[in-house]
Design a protein around this ligand. Structure first.
Ligand code: PEP
Ligand code: MG
Length: 326
């Protein structure tokens, strides 16, 4: 059975009723690209670029970043690589950076906020990413923790500035590089229609979206047991994001841990996600589940689940359905 799963890991994942879902990999370090490919990733759906900043004693230079990013793009080409810009702050900080003391780091200076505060650092990374996109043209850009259109516009203005600097230096880059927005703050869900006008794709970061929706600190052991992807509020928010994005004609990925958990596959399928991105080891099993699933049945299940009032009720029905169908 396990052999069968890994033998088919490199084939696309189509449901019984012919619906194709893209299955992609989340990676934190360049070396993991090997595991991603070995496990049948159809793209890098999330490259957490901050990790290569975190282990260093000095801040990496544009040249170093350029070489790292170009190597990754070349190793995956022609498959896409989604570069998530720096999500530093909170528990993730480089040793080269002075400590930021914050009472509530998750609500503090992190991710895109930190990049908008330290524009030079951000520009260095954007230059490296753009330059790395020149030859293979398979890089997609994605901004973390976007909370509204003003912030996205400021971010995109910096991107345009960097592009025109590169142009005036005569440096090549992929001018059509897709730009995506991570949906991980409830406010981003509320204005998703406006964000969709400014984005080529959405990627739902369920780890943070659940943290901020349910007010449960991801790293606080006292409340960890309350963190539940099946909370009706979470499912409603995901449904809302997908509906809004599809109306605007852009695709949606889930790239939080939820996407790699087999039990949640039928729910995410029924919620009409276009793509799931997960740790490489989870890919073969998830692809296998997708192949055994019926989209129509998962849609019906989701319609019922969305009427239920508690996560416990939804979980029980889901486990029941999975036992029956899979
Ligand atoms: C998420 O929040 O779900 C996500 C994918 O980003 P990270 O886990 O790196 O914060
Ligand atoms: Mg996140």
């Amino acid at each position: 059975y396990l052999k069968e799963i890994s033998r088919k890991a490199h084939l696309p994942a189509c449901t019984q009723d012919g619906h194709k879902i893209n299955v992609e990999a989340n990676i934190e370090l360049l070396e993991e690209v090997v595991a991603a490919k070995d496990h049948g990733a159809e793209a890098i759906g999330l490259y957490r670029t901050e990790f290569s900043f975190m282990n260093r004693t000095v801040q990496p230079t544009e040249e170093e970043l350029y070489h790292e990013y170009r190597e990754l793009a070349e190793l995956m080409a022609p498959l896409p690589v989604t570069m998530r810009t720096l999500d530093l702050g909170a528990e993730k900080m480089g040793r080269w950076h002075p400590r930021i003391d914050q009472q509530n780091p998750a609500l503090g200076l992190r991710a895109i906020r930190l990049c908008l505060r330290h524009v030079d650092l951000f520009k260095t990374q954007l230059r490296a990413i753009l330059r790395a996109s020149a030859s293979t043209r398979n890089i997609r850009l994605m901004f973390p923790l976007i909370s509204g259109v003003g912030e996205l516009k400021r971010t995109k203005a910096i991107l345009e500035e960097v592009k025109s600097e590169l142009r005036s230096e005569g440096r090549d880059f992929d001018d059509k590089m897709p730009v995506g927005v991570m949906i991980e703050v409830p406010s981003a869900v509320a204005v998703a229609d406006m964000l969709a006008e400014e984005a080529d794709f959405f990627s739902i970061g369920t780890n943070d979206l659940i943290q901020y929706t349910l007010a449960i600190d991801r790293v606080n052991e006292h409340v960890a047991h309350l963190f539940d992807p099946l909370h009706p509020a979470v499912l409603r928010l995901i449904r809302q994001v997908v509906a809004t994005a599809h109306k605007a004609g852009i695709p949606v990925t889930v790239c939080g841990e939820m996407a790699g958990e087999p039990l949640y596959v039928p729910i995410l399928l029924g919620l009409e996600l276009d793509c799931l991105s997960m740790n490489p080891q989870a890919i073969p099993r998830v692809k296998n589940l997708l192949r055994r699933a019926q989209l129509s049945e998962c849609r019906r299940f989701v319609a019922e689940a969305l009427k239920m009032r508690t996560a416990a009720e939804i979980r029980e029905a889901l486990q029941d359905m999975v036992l029956r169908v899979f």
